[in-house]
Each structure stands twice: as C-alpha cells, then as structure tokens.
Ligand binder design. Sequence first.
Ligand SMILES: [Zn+2]
Length: 280
Amino acid sequence: MEEQLWKAIWKRAGRKYSVALVNHPKLRATGKTLDEAVEKLGDLISEELGDAVPHLEFVNPLPASGSGRFIFTLAGHNQNYDVINADALFDSAQCPKCHNQMGERNEELIQLRKPPEDDLMFTDWLGQIISRRLATFLKLQKCNEVILRPIVIRGKVSSEFLEVISISPRPYVAKKGVKGSWGEFWCKKCERKSIMYMPHEADYLHYVAADSLPDPKVSVFPVGVGYEVDIAVSKTLREAVIRSGQFKNVVSHMVGVLQKREYLTLEEYFSKFKRSKRAT
Ligand SMILES: [Zn+2]
C-alpha cells in the first residue's frame, strides 16, 4: 500500500520551534524542541486529516541531530511490488537463508505489472526505479557510477521509467565503538553484511567513509551495499528535488560521514563480533 507523505517546513523563532505542513499551512504546531513540535503536528494530522501514522518530509534540511559531517541521499518512499520477473534478473538464485540476491545482474530487463506511481521507488533486492524526468533532472545519465536500464511495463519497453544499477557504490561503514544492536546483519550462508543504527545508538542510520567520497564538485553518486543503493546528492540538488513539488514520493535521508579513525569497514566490524549474530 502506498503511504501518504506530508511535506513540512520547520523554523526556529527565538527559543521555540514551529513546524507546518506545506500544503495545509494552517496545520502548524510549536514546541520548545523540534521533536515536541513535530509530535504535536503529528497529532494534528491524525485529528484533522485522518492519517494516524503520518510520515513527514521536511523541505528545508533539519538541523543536524549530532555533530559531524553528513551527506544527503534520495530514496523512494514506497516499495514497488510489481516486479514480475525477479527470479530471472540474476545469474544465480537467491540466498536460501536471507533471500539476498547473489550473483551478477544479467542483461534481462525488469518487468513490471503496471506503471510506477512515484518518481522514485525502492524494490526488494534490486536497485531503485526512477522516472526518466527525475533521472534527467539529476543528470544521472552523466553519472558513470550507475547504469540506467529501461524497464518493461505490461510487455512494452518504457521510455518513462528506468532501473538504477550501481556499479560500485561507496559502501556503508560501521561507526567505531558503536554496536548496531537491532540493525546489524551477517548472513553466514551468502556473506551479506549490513548495518543500520537506531536513533539511541548513533546520530545517523548509516555512515560512509570520508575517504570513499568523490570530489565535492560531484553532485550525484551511489552509496550503499550490493544492489540496494541510494543516490547521494548535493545539498542544492536535494533542496531542488524536495522543494520542487513535481516529483512524487521522493524522500531524503542524511548519512553520516566518518573519518578514518572513526570507522570500520563491515568486514572489520563483523570480524570483531564473530559469535554475536547469525542469520535468522
Ligand atoms: Zn544470505
């Protein structure tokens, strides 16, 4: 099911924070902290607009929750469940234990049951599906770290939507000294490793290594693990996409950036906790 995404804007006035919905500016709330204001706005949305679990996307970047550098990534808010040929897209079968796609992506095009409704959507184990107009807006066609492939919709090759395949995404890393108690995963069968932090554990869900990032002038590049990549974008591009209102259900996330002394690669991280996690 598609979930509603509410665009919101925040500002700080003196010692108070206020938040409002962009399309319903009368729905606004204030608080001593941003969290308090957001919580009140959530209650108002439930009462006035009937969405009990509202998801907010702020059009202006939130103040960094912690210290240190971060980058923005764009991702789809919804998953696309209409891929009908997932089994035919890789040169070997899914991992029987964790369902990770093993092997290389072959030449087969993704086939969808119907046209995607959003400009960016994530998929299960594949890359993201992006509308051509968003890809063009981001100049993704010029990014040599991704391959854009056409998608077959209802049996016809579509010129409107593309699959984003990352060639070598800059990988997520582990924050030294922090245990991802809920979000760490190491499949002993296929060796897939991933890590994600809860808000009480670290400032960001994911981290990348500063020394893996491209020249700051590069405004679009992939980050992530395996085929499940996110599209990192410059602050300016992120603002343009989220503010524009012409791209549907595109959300942004902040990914922390760690210096050499602050991170471990996932291989290094998991070798330290060899006994702690098993695939379930
Ligand atoms: Zn596995």
